[in-house]
Write a protein that binds this ligand. Structure first.
Ligand SMILES: [Zn+2]
Length: 274
């Protein structure tokens, strides 16, 4: 048997799974026709002086195969997203944070506006400073933004000031050298890190790296705006001044509201007076 015949045999074998089934019929030319889509399940192949009938896919079999391919692709994308989120968001509690299904609050509304206007924010290096008491959903809102942009294929990373300042010196230096690579960096809980020279230096370095990369930064904090504008020492002032330059302050409050029917519009500006 020559190579060509082997190929024909393989093709015939591959097409076996598509027929014949009940309802299929034979055309006047002697080829098997699909009873559903009425297109051939067989075709004639001529090579040299010989002719063979081989199986092929009718239209509905082709559609079925295309749907299977799409399903597999969607599954692969979901797995990829889950893997990306796992390595992008350090807190397991925030990894699945999503606007979808969450009860809307003024903070979430502003976070959603930010996502909607992301390209402009990215171009102009506009970040957010989510301020407010514990439990008002600042971290959740920040993680929702992070996840929404991860879903759009952007490189995002969310960690906390505490986690970075607790890193070993080498790890921290490595992390600082790459924070400019992310499209969006989210740093949770400014003010919770140790109030030491090293803690203050970490804050400044993180903010400064981001400032110099000209890419957006989102920070959450329990500190009030007065604390940020008038910190107790000069080390902090350097970092906070820079932070306020690139992140628009948002005062987050805990009350929820009905978002239904409300239109979310306009990007959160640097000088947001909310
Ligand atoms: Zn068919």
């Amino acid at each position: 048997m020559n190579g060509f015949e082997e190929i024909l045999d393989a093709a015939a074998k591959g097409a076996e799974k598509y027929g014949p089934v009940e309802g299929d019929y034979i055309s006047p030319q002697g080829l098997l026709i699909c009873g559903k889509c009425h297109t051939p399940k067989q075709c004639r192949v001529t090579y040299g002086t010989r002719e063979r009938v081989v199986g092929c896919m009718c239209r509905c079999a082709q559609q079925r195969r295309e749907e299977e391919r799409k399903e597999q692709e969607a599954l692969r994308m979901e797995m990829l997203k889950a893997r990306r989120k796992k390595s992008a968001i350090q807190s397991s509690m925030l990894r699945n944070a999503s606007f979808e299904g969450a009860q809307s609050t003024p903070t979430l509304e502003k976070a959603w506006n930010y996502v909607k206007n992301w390209k402009m924010a990215l171009e102009n290096n506009i970040g957010l400073l989510l301020m407010g008491d514990v439990g008002v959903g600042k971290s959740f809102a920040a993680a929702c933004v992070c996840n929404a942009l991860l879903d759009q294929g952007y490189r995002c990373y969310m960690t906390s000031f505490v986690a970075v300042s607790n890193m070993e010196w080498n790890d921290r230096a490595r992390f600082l050298s790459q924070v400019g690579e992310y499209d969006l960096l989210v740093l949770d809980d400014l003010g919770a890190q140790r109030d030491t020279e090293s803690g203050r230096e970490t804050v400044f370095s993180l903010v400064d790296e981001r400032y110099r990369s000209r890419k957006p930064l989102i920070v959450t904090t329990n500190l009030g705006i007065e604390n940020l504008r008038n910190p107790p020492n000069l080390d902090m002032r350097r970092g906070y001044d820079r932070l306020l330059e690139i992140c628009g302050p948002i005062h987050c409050q805990g009350e929820s509201f009905r978002a239904k029917g409300r239109r979310m519009s306009g990007i959160v500006r640097k000088e947001c007076a909310c």
